[in-house]
Design a protein around this ligand. Structure first.
Ligand code: PRT
Length: 126
């Protein structure tokens, strides 16, 4: 029974995948990450990360960020894409661990659309 459910979950994760991935992949990834909470650390890397706690998850985000910027400086675009994916995945785990929904971050980004970063910084100073 439990195995049937797992197989169904895997099928629906795959079925939702569009031909050409877009940013929506992040929402699906977050849902998958959430579903691993309280899961078996032997069967799921995400469940293992949750079981290791906030400090370990935060450390992984830091490591993946450093690996991403190192590839950027080296100029290896393919490696940078892989490291960026690792970074976004671990960031999603950090958000889920903190109870932060991606929609809150998408909202912040949407609010900033059309506002120059330079103008915003000047407004902060005055
Ligand atoms: N996107 C990812 C993803 N990106 C990277 N990783 C894993 O992140 C790990 C990073 O490896 P590292 O060597 O840096 O880390 P480590 O050796 O495990 O950790 P430490 O040595 O630092 O303790 C690898 O095991 C990668 O497989 C990911 N694991 C899972 N996902 C997604 O999460 C879903 C659920 O995965 P599970 O939770 O494993 O079922 C998957 O279907 C994917 O969509």
């Amino acid at each position: 029974m439990a195995d049937d459910k797992k197989a169904d979950d895997k099928k629906s994760e795959k079925a939702a995948k569009p031909a050409a991935p877009t940013g929506e992949v992040l929402d699906r990834l977050y849902a998958t990450v959430q579903s691993r909470k309280g899961g078996d650390p032997e069967a799921s890397y995400t469940a293992k990360l949750f079981s290791r706690g906030t400090a370990k998850i935060a450390q992984k985000v830091g490591e993946e960020a450093v690996e991403t910027v190192l590839e950027a400086v080296r100029g290896d675009k393919a490696a940078m894409a892989s490291e960026s994916a690792d970074l976004l995945y671990h960031l999603m785990v950090l958000w889920a661990d903190a109870g932060l929904e991606p929609a809150e971050v998408w909202d912040r980004l949407a609010q900033r659309e059309g506002i120059s970063g330079i103008a915003e910084k000047k407004a902060r100073k005055s």
